[in-house]
Design a protein around this ligand. Structure first.
Ligand code: 13P
Length: 252
């Protein structure tokens, strides 16, 4: 059985005090949520404040990025062990905004995956095709490449701490969510790919989240799909009520 995960990626939003205000409201709103892992990913500067707020709550903390070195002359970067020290249980890697805006390669993302595994930190590993790639029938090639290269060299034990997040680029921040059928089709493909690259157990145990315009009014249909194990939520995670409704999704 895969415990569903609902993760909020706050991106570049919220000061420390605003982040604490949001998570305090969220704490109340999701206090009764059971059998679901609730994760929030604030900006780096708000991590320790949010970590203090969620102590003894059912919310866990993620960072939005990491650097694949533990220390050294890497101005401006943050190491996995420092994220752990700040209270994080996960880091998000491979987000399409980092691939597109910051030019991150599959190889660099793979280094981050290994660094997170070495630091014993969970990984939320994002992949997804652009509209152009989907329309050119290259979607599955792109996803296969992202998974194969991004997870390269991670063994079965390390995969226990990896959550895959399928985020079609055309659905992020556009209000155009994938249909339930589109999400299920890709998630089933990804699960089959994990079986091919690893084995049946890894395929059955790995959570695959959907991300891209997940809202209170479409989460139930998405979460009803057999291979959709949760959601990575951007915009709607910035409002406690909306995010709480997503956390309290109803399988149809
Ligand atoms: P939106 O939910 O705003 O489309 O963002 C999705 C996302 O990028 C989460 O990582």
């Amino acid at each position: 059985m895969r415990t569903p995960m609902i993760a909020g990626n706050w991106k570049l939003h919220k000061t420390c005090s605003e982040a604490v205000e949001l998570v305090e409201a969220l704490k109340q709103a999701v206090a009764d949520a059971a059998d679901v892992e609730v994760v929030v990913a604030p900006v780096f500067t708000a991590l320790t404040s949010v970590a203090a707020s969620i102590d003894n709550s059912n919310i866990t903390l993620a960072a939005q990025n990491c650097y694949p070195q533990e220390s050294g002359a890497f101005t401006g970067e943050v190491a996995p062990s420092l994220l752990k020290d700040a209270g994080c249980s996960y880091a998000i890697i491979g987000h399409s905004e980092r691939r597109q805006i910051f030019g991150e390669s599959d190889e660099f993302i793979n280094q981050k995956a290994h660094a997170l595994a070495a630091a014993d930190l969970g990984t939320i590993f994002c992949i997804g095709e652009t509209l152009e790639e989907r329309e050119a029938d290259r979607m599955y090639d792109v996803l296969r490449r992202q998974v194969r290269l991004g997870l390269k060299g991670l063994d079965t034990a390390a995969m226990a701490s990896v959550v895959v997040a399928y985020e079609p680029v055309w659905a992020i921040g556009t209000g155009k969510t994938a249909t339930n059928e589109q999400a299920q089709e890709v998630h089933a493909f990804l699960r089959a790919l994990l079986k091919e690259l690893y084995d049946e157990n890894v395929a059955a145990a790995t959570r695959i989240l959907y991300g891209g315009s997940v809202k209170p009014d479409n989460v139930d249909g998405l979460m009803t799909q057999p291979d959709v194990d949760g959601a990575l939520v951007g915009g709607a995670s910035l409002k406690a009520d909306d995010f709480a409704r997503i956390v309290n999704f109803q399988s149809l």
